[in-house]
Ligand binder design. Structure first.
Ligand code: SAH
Ligand code: AVI
Length: 344
């Protein structure tokens, strides 16, 4: 894919890897996920422009503590992280609006090491807007944005230009099921050289009532976010879902220690995904899983990191131990074979 250079601003470069392929990925995911007895769609399809906006609103909700807790940890430790990593570049996976990232960028800017920011996100408008605003906010900073699917386009992250910090914030790693979570961490490890670090946010196991409230807020914003995936299917694949035919469900699964979001059909009906010539029948009460959001313990995280050939350098939490940030690096003696059916 040709880089989209902005002649007016040589500090910005944006590469897009989504044309066509992203459409195919949605079609494949629908064909795969809506033709099974237990229907499921991957969460990356929530994030069109409207979905990204709803996610931003979620981050402000009184019930949704992860954003506030992660920001508090960053505020407390950004200077230490800057000193430990000496990062010349920050690569951020699933960067979104990069709101919390500014705390880190401030510290790296202050330390005088930061030269380049590389946001990677599937939402085009987010990458473009944040490239524009961050080059204005941080004089001298170059931004190389990558619009793409981090599960497919990590090889499009440009080569490192100095000590690199890869940030994967927000707890997004929890949206991967256990096997692919470890596989993905191993791919991230492939972006790291001996002087590089991974800074990852993980939500922690806690009272199920607190967790369920965070995913089923009183204002119904998360419910709208959940239903938004149906609007994406209507627009992108000419489907005829009525989002109001579905109830939003958010439940903590104590066995796996993850939250599941589902959409439950209020009545028996058949939807047509016209672009795929696919009728999809829902029984009354049938559920479609749209997201898992795994919650972590330090042991689970260590296991996942080690299976990916990474070792923990720092474990940082907020005073209430709601959320954790982990700094890790490639292990001195990498694990030979990563188990993909790990503890979950
Ligand atoms: N890092 C931000 C945003 C988290 S929301 C924060 O901590 O608040 C998850 C982000 O990941 C969204 O911006 C979404 O567009 C992006 N995302 C989700 N799946 C993705 C994928 N497969 N590839 C690239 N970006 C993805
Ligand atoms: C992006 N991700 C970490 C969020 C989460 O908490 O799993 C997405 C989200 N889903 C519902 N609310 C927020």
């Amino acid at each position: 894919m040709e880089p989209i250079a902005n002649p007016a601003d040589p500090t910005i470069r944006i590469d897009s890897h989504l044309d066509g392929a992203q459409g195919r990925s949605l079609a494949d995911d629908v064909l795969d996920g809506l033709t099974r007895p237990f229907k499921e769609l991957p969460p990356k399809h929530f994030y069109d422009a409207r979905g990204a906006e709803l996610f931003d609103q979620i981050c402000e909700l009184p019930e949704y503590y992860p954003t506030r807790a992660e920001r508090a940890i960053l505020q407390e430790s950004a200077a230490e992280l800057a000193a430990l990593t000496g990062a010349a570049e920050l690569v951020e996976l699933g960067s979104g609006t990069a709101a919390k990232t500014r705390v880190l960028l401030d510290a790296l800017h202050e330390a005088g090491t930061l030269r380049r920011y590389v946001p990677v996100d599937v939402t085009e408008s987010m990458v473009r807007e944040c490239a524009q605003t961050l080059t204005e906010e941080y004089p001298g900073l170059r931004v190389h944005g990558v619009i793409g699917d981090f599960e497919r386009h990590l090889d499009q992250v440009p080569d490192a230009t100095g000590p690199r910090l890869v940030a994967f914030l927000g707890g997004t790693i929890g949206n991967f099921p256990p096997g692919s979570r470890r596989r993905f961490l191993r791919e991230i490890a492939g972006l790291l050289g001996p002087d590089d670090h991974l800074l990852m946010g993980t939500d922690l196991v806690k009272d199920p009532d607190v967790l369920e409230a965070a995913y089923d807020d009183a204002q119904g914003v998360t419910a709208e976010f959940n239903r938004n995936v149906l609007r994406v299917l209507n627009r992108e694949l000419d489907a005829n879902f009525d989002p109001e035919d579905f109830d939003h469900i958010a439940r903590f699964d104590p066995e796996h220690e993850w939250i599941e979001m589902r959409l439950r059909a209020r009545r028996e009906h058949t939807t047509h995904v016209r672009a795929l010539d696919l009728p999809v029948r829902f029984a009354a009460g049938e559920e479609l899983r749209t997201e898992i959001s795994a919650k972590f313990t330090p042991e689970r995280l260590r296991g996942d990191l080690s299976a990916a050939g990474l070792e923990l350098v720092r474990w940082l939490t907020d005073p209430d131990e709601l959320f954790a940030l982990s700094l890790s690096r490639v292990a001195d003696t990498p694990t030979a074979v990563a188990s993909s059916n790990g503890s979950g």
